[in-house]
Design a protein around this ligand. Structure first.
Ligand code: OGA
Ligand code: MN
Length: 208
C-alpha cells in the first residue's frame, strides 16, 4: 500500500472505532470524512470517464430472470467496480482494510466486497427497500460513499434509513467524502429525489 494511503488508513482506524461502536449498538454509522478530497475527486473523475465511455447501465430491480428496469422504483445507472480500475482499485483496497477490521472486531465472517458507482440523475429515486435479497443472505453490511463535491441541503437526495419497525433512524444528505454503513439484512431505506446529479459508490460486505 502506498504511504499516503497508509497514512489515510491509520487516520481511518481512529474514526472506525467510534463508527464500529455505533454500528454495533445502532446497526448504522456515519463517517463524515471517510475519503480525502483528493481521493473523492479522483473517484468522481473516474466515474465520469467510465460513464463517457458508455460503461454505465441502467440498474434493474428483481433477481435473475425476474430482473426488469422500473425507473419509478429504482432510477440510478451503475458501473460495478473492478480491481484494475485505477482509482476504484484504491477504494477497494481501503474497503479491504475495513473488511478485516470489521471481522476482527465483530466476527462477522465477511469474505468479500462488491461495489458499484451510481449516478442518480435529478429526479431519480430508489424507493424503500432492503439490500439483503430474500433468496440470498450473502449481503451483511451495506456501505454508501458519496462523491459530489458539495451538497446544499435543499438539493434533496437524502438517504432515509429506518429500523425493522419502519421508524426513521437517519436522514442523511449525500455529503461528499462521507461513508454510511448499515446492516443489510433488516434496515429498510430509500433515496429521495435530488435537484441535481447525485454520485456515489454503493457496496456490500458479503459472507460468501
Ligand atoms: C442502494 C442504496 C443508497 C444511497 O444502492 O442500494 O440504497 O444513498 N443506495 O445511494
Ligand atoms: Mn439499498
Amino acid at each position: 500500500m502506498q504511504s499516503s494511503q497508509n497514512q489515510q488508513f491509520n487516520q481511518l482506524v481512529c474514526n472506525f472505532n467510534q463508527a464500529f461502536d455505533a454500528l454495533a449498538s445502532n446497526h448504522y454509522a456515519v463517517i463524515p470524512q471517510f475519503l480525502t478530497s483528493t481521493l473523492r475527486e479522483a473517484l468522481l473523475a473516474e466515474l465520469l470517464q467510465l460513464q463517457a465511455q458508455g460503461l454505465f447501465h441502467e440498474a434493474s430491480v428483481g433477481r435473475g430472470l425476474g430482473q426488469t428496469r422500473q425507473a419509478h422504483i429504482r432510477g440510478d445507472s451503475i458501473c460495478w467496480l473492478e480491481d484494475h480500475f485505477t482509482i476504484a482499485g484504491q477504494y477497494l483496497a481501503l474497503m479491504e482494510q475495513l473488511r478485516q477490521q470489521l471481522n476482527a472486531d465483530f466476527y462477522l465472517g465477511l469474505r468479500s466486497y462488491e461495489a458499484h458507482y451510481a449516478h442518480y440523475q435529478a429526479g431519480s429515486v430508489y424507493q424503500r427497500h432492503v439490500d439483503r435479497h430474500k433468496d440470498n443472505n450473502a449481503r451483511v453490511v451495506t456501505t454508501v460513499c458519496y462523491l459530489n463535491e458539495d451538497w446544499p441541503i435543499e438539493a434533496g437526495g437524502q438517504l432515509k434509513l429506518y429500523n425493522q419497525n419502519h421508524e426513521l433512524l437517519l436522514e442523511q444528505s449525500p455529503l461528499g467524502g462521507s461513508l454510511v454503513l448499515f446492516m443489510s439484512a433488516d434496515m429498510p431505506h430509500e433515496v429521495l429525489a435530488a435537484h441535481r446529479s447525485r454520485f456515489s459508490i454503493a457496496g456490500w460486505f458479503r459472507q460468501d
